[in-house]
Design a protein around this ligand. Sequence first.
Ligand code: ZN
Ligand code: ZN
Length: 273
Amino acid sequence: MNFKSTFLSFFLILFASFFGISQEVFKNNDLTISKLEKNMWVVETKDNTTMYIIEGTKKAMLIDTGTKCEKLDEVVRQITQKPLYVVITHIHIDHAGNMDFFDNVYFHPADTVLMSRVKPYKGKVHYVKNGDLFDLGGTTIEVLEAPGHTPGSIVLLDRKAGNCYSGDAYGSGQVWMQLRPHVSMATYAQSCREMEALMDKGITKIYCGHYPYVKKAYDKSYITEMRQLAEELSKGTAPEGKPYSSKVSIGTQTPMITTKGNASIVYDPEKIN
Ligand SMILES: [Zn+2]
Ligand SMILES: [Zn+2]
């Protein structure tokens, strides 16, 4: 590399970090890894699923395990060599697809019922609950239960950075509530209220479980709209839904979708509460 190109790349990195533009640091046939913040990376797969890597001074965390990602364990090692916690936001194939690359995984027991729909896992499962803390060294990640999309959906909070990693709990524009096993809309509205309250207490950014669709973190206004919509659906006062077509058929064959601002919820009209 000559002086001119060294200078140019230095300038580009400086420019990208100043303006908060993510920097691509790794790419293979399955995925791209970009640095989003200090010690935090987003892993985006070709089929639009998402993982996040967070590194502390002692340990690191992988949030979710994506779909088709050959040798995911080795891929993560390109980013961090620290001992790794692997935490799954919920047991759906696009978030728990490669658990078998890891000897230990963490998820919420209420999603155990969904394990029959993913690849058999022979490693050790550790259950998490509300308030559990993962100390990464200088960074602590906290578990918050957020039932709705699945019974055992969790979000992961990094209060110091102001970040929430939400899996599909608050969706990428739309939340799927039409799937089995069913969770009531009232329960989901309560999850939304808890999330909205946290956004007055230091959480400012929600990084969702399908980042390629949005390419940004959500702010409070999105959660407020989602909370209002869930409350209206549970009370029967939401705007009338439209039929929603989806290839995923675990649940009703006639799902509906209704929208408020940037938030949408897909639901089973026969089974709201
Ligand atoms: Zn999901
Ligand atoms: Zn998903």
